[in-house]
Design a protein around this ligand. Structure first.
Ligand code: HEM
Length: 220
């Protein structure tokens, strides 16, 4: 039995658009709080922090879609593109906040920061890797690239790992929040590693059960 009742087909499209709209609310809220002076402490840092955190949440959510289907039969594949693109938009906003509000567009300082501070180098690498994924997140690219599309989009795992590492390295003391993302990304990577043998085993088990039922029917 399905874990969650299936959504009628006519709601599939609108639900994806609703996800985009809902997904952008944290950014709008953070912007509103920042603009009205209600962000606690160092407002610029807090704004950057919130955007980065949501980027990481959407990255993890994107990678959770496949295990949810494999393990619980939840087919939420239709939301994966929106989640991935939301992650990209949040990383872009995080990067823009860093360049404009934090560094005041001082390009030499930004370049030096990216080159000299390892956690920023890792963040930047994640952003660069996200660009081809965002550009190919459309039906035309999926058709055109075929199997290569799947290979390219496996980069999402590297990006999420880089994001979690960047988060852990950005703070002085690694606390439960940073650990949570490291554990989540590790679990997702581990799932990726055991997925193929698991699916093979599941198929064999289903085929075995089917042939057993057919034999019983034929005998009875
Ligand atoms: C996948 C990409 C990225 C993710 C998921 C991400 C996520 C995060 C998170 C969650 C934080 C919060 C750390 C904290 O203050 O508690 C953070 C901080 C930071 N990120 Fe990123 N980030 C990404 C890319 C980038 C890029 C491209 C840059 C700039 C080149 C950048 C620059 C920074 C800086 C400077 C901070 C520290 C802010 C501070 O001093 O508090 N990040 N990031």
């Amino acid at each position: 039995m399905a874990l969650v009742p299936a959504l009628p087909k006519r709601f599939h499209g609108p639900s994806v658009w609703a996800l985009y709209a809902l997904g952008l609310i944290p950014a709008a809220w953070a912007f509103y709080l920042g603009a009205t002076g209600r962000l606690p402490g160092n407002a610029v840092k807090e704004f950057e922090h919130l955007l980065g955190l949501w980027a990481l949440r959407f990255l993890v959510a994107t990678l959770t879609i496949t295990p949810l289907r494999d393990l619980f039969g939840l087919n939420w594949l239709r939301y994966r593109r929106a989640l991935g693109l939301l992650a990209f938009y949040y990383v872009l906003m995080h990067f823009t906040a860093y360049m404009v509000l934090d560094q005041m567009l001082r390009i030499p300082a930004i370049v030096a920061d990216i080159a000299r501070r390892p956690f920023i180098t890792i963040g930047m690498a994640a952003l660069v890797m996200l660009i081809p994924l965002a550009l190919t997140s459309n039906n035309w690219s999926i058709r055109k690239l075929g199997q290569r599309w799947n290979k390219l989009h496996r980069l999402a795992y590297v990006i999420a790992a880089a994001g979690a590492l960047h988060f852990a390295m950005a703070v002085k003391v690694v606390g439960p929040e940073q650990m949570l993302y490291i554990v989540l990304v590790t679990l997702l990577l581990a799932w990726r590693a055991v997925r193929t043998p698991f699916l093979r085993w599941k198929r064999q088990r289903t085929a075995g059960a089917r042939s057993h039922t057919a034999t019983q029917k034929a005998a009875g």
